[in-house]
Design a protein around this ligand. Sequence first.
Ligand code: 13P
Length: 294
Amino acid sequence: MLVNMKEMLRSAGRDGYAVMAVNSVNMEMARAVIEAAEEEHSPIIVQMTRIQMKALAHPEDLVPMVLTMARRASVPVCLNLDHGPDYATVVDTLRMGFTNVMIDASALPFEENVRRTRIVVDTAHAMGVSVEAELGHVGQAASGDGKTEDFYTNVEQAVEFVRRTEVDALAVAVGTAHGKYPSNYVPKLDFRRLAELRDALQMPLVLHGGSGSGEENIKKAVAGGICKINVKTDAFAVAANAMKEKWAEDPEADYMEIMVAAEAAVKRFVKEYIRMIGSNDRYTFDYADNGSRE
Ligand code: 13P
């Protein structure tokens, strides 16, 4: 079933698990992700950024397909705009039927972030769509941004931000970063800050930069109040490696065989991840609170 993110993440927070959000850029990835969730009886989030939509996930073709798969699915599926850069992109995706939008004004001054987020909340909520925003800034692993404590989410500011924007989920900066960390590097997460944010906000918190963050960190983050984990780099690598392996094992492998191998590998990866963050066997929710748009 196609749902927005609000009740999906509130259930996760209440019951102490997190939902995986996988950047999916074509039909095979989206299908692998949704089927993995169905087999694990888990809620799931399919998401894409504007850049990903321009490069490969052409939304006029892919979004209707994902919405069909989501409606047909036996588990709750949310289609999320990841890192919405501006109001125009948010409105475009609302028109297309996304069920959650993220507005990311986290690189802007606090007041501007509040202003932009509030406008998106007013628009999206009027359409039954939930909203994620970001405070503090989750930067790039390649530039070592996860270590920059200046970027970390400030607890008092977060309380004010949520009060003024009425956002449904908040992405927090506590030490992770987007993309590939240097080899053998595992980020150090600020769990004390995460606990303070959880206690002060009592709402779904989101961890960006899930890739390469290490199983121990991820499990601890979920136990510490994270309800949604974004994964792109690892999912893309799983697909690419499966293709390389297929070619290595059979240099004559054709396009279809390569794609089938990638899809199967992504599905296995998502199933394992779902079990790691404890969202398996959770699919019976009460969606009365505007969780379902059907
Ligand atoms: P990774 O590429 O590090 O998994 O980050 C994904 C992400 O946070 C998307 O918003």
